[in-house]
Ligand binder design. Structure first.
Ligand SMILES: Cc1cc2nc3c(=O)[nH]c(=O)nc-3n(C[C@H](O)[C@H](O)[C@H](O)COP(=O)(O)O)c2cc1C
Length: 366
């Protein structure tokens, strides 16, 4: 039993027919290296991800589904032919190294700025200013009041998600993950504090969740839904423009329950970012809570190390564990875990700066 618990993270996993070499997932992380005019993934992007291909599954940093989804500079995006070709370098390199890779599809909603939107206002469920700092070409700038999406904006966005998914499969990705977490467009719809619409996309729990299911229904008709994952951050509170409220638990219970009706690749959940222990409206133990509700594959994230990852798997609360920061500075994280080797520290200065420094130059054990 002792040995079993120690090695569970290294065991292969069957993700709807896709064999993952282990249960260690690289969490999606924006690194802002596409400092080229067309915002394409480059050879450098390909090198970065291929260095990390011993992860059972890689999820790319969020990639924008359309020009109006943009909210951060220098992100490699996925709406043009050139961008699809750019990403092919990455998917080929990862596959060549024996890895599997999903693209995270991203729309930032109100968490954006006219400076990255060609002068246009960010689109959001309601005319809200999330009061956040946005990474623009001239450095961080305060967000503005977004423009409330008309029904036709919502319809177009749903189609943009579908087209981006088609593009991702075209580019050779093994699947896609919808970014429904961290205060971006989809979570802005779910949350009462950022959605005060009175139409079919606001008000009731069902209405606030509607856009996610509209997107999934659209995707279902166009791509293999068993290769689509959804990321959620149910206990996000007081950060990224989102607060927990008296219906938060009910909203996420509804969403996750309903996701059982889709044969998704997985749901990817985050444990609380902050201490929510004093808040009765917040889910304290996210994996434990949703494990009882969700019947498919569950990936859990945030703050795990080798030991706690093994623990959450052997307790049966998750099927896969994703690691963010540890993968930034340890391309060979899996090998290091196997060897019980020390981990490199993350250089915070180079998280979002252009070039190879702090991106592809972290040392491996070898
Ligand atoms: C530099 C950086 C960029 C990130 N970008 C994204 C992103 O694009 N999409 C996303 O869902 N989460 C993003 N995250 C959150 C990570 O996926 C992950 O949830 C977080 O790092 C916590 O996991 P960890 O404790 O293993 O680092 C980012 C985190 C970091 C450190």
């Amino acid at each position: 039993m002792e040995t079993k618990e120690k090695t569970l993270i290294f065991e292969p996993y069957n993700l709807n027919g896709l064999t993952l070499n282990n249960r260690i997932v690289m969490a999606p992380m924006t690194r802002s290296r596409a400092d080229n005019k067309a915002h394409t993934a480059t050879e450098l992007t390909a090198l970065y991800y291929s260095q990390r291909a011993t992860a059972g599954l890689i999820i790319t940093g969020g990639t924008f589904i359309s020009p109006e989804a943009v909210g951060v500079i220098n992100v490699p995006t996925i709406y043009s032919k050139e961008q699809i070709e750019g990403w092919r370098l990455t998917t080929d390199a990862v596959h060549k190294n024996g890895g599997k890779i999903f693209a995270q599809l991203w729309h930032t909603g109100a968490y954006s700025h006219p400076d990255v939107l060609g002068g246009n206002l960010p689109l959001a469920p309601s005319a809200n200013n999330p009061l956040l700092q946005v990474f623009t070409p001239e450095g961080f700038k305060e967000s503005v009041v977004a423009r409330e999406m008309a029904l036709e904006d919502i319809k177009r966005t749903i189609v943009d998600f579908k087209q981006a998914a088609i593009n991702a499969f075209d580019a050779g990705f093994d699947g896609v993950e919808l970014h429904g977490a961290n205060g971006y467009l989809l979570q802005q719809f779910f949350s009462k504090n950022s959605n005060w619409r009175t139409d079919a996309y606001g008000g009731s729990i069902e209405n606030r969740a509607r856009i996610l299911f509209d997107i999934l229904d659209e995707l279902k008709a166009a791509v293999d839904i068993t290769r689509v994952g959804v990321r959620l951050n149910p206990s996000l509170d007081g950060l990224m423009g989102i607060s927990v409220d008296n219906e938060t638990i009910a909203v996420y219970d509804y969403i996750v329950n309903r996701l059982n009706n889709y044969r998704l690749a997985y749901i990817h959940l985050l444990e609380p970012f902050t201490d929510v222990s004093a808040n009765p409206n917040a889910i304290q133990e996210v994996a434990k809570h949703f494990r009882k509700i969700y019947k498919g594959t569950l990936i859990i994230n945030r703050g795990f190390n080798k030991e706690t990852a093994n623990e959450v798997l052997s307790d049966g609360d998750a099927d896969l564990v994703s690691f963010g920061s540890p993968f930034i500075s340890n391309p060979d994280l899996v090998e290091r875990f196997k060897a019980n080797a020390p981990l490199n520290d993350v250089d915070k200065e180079t998280l979002y700066t252009p070039g190879a420094k702090g991106y592809t130059d972290y040392p491996t054990l070898k």
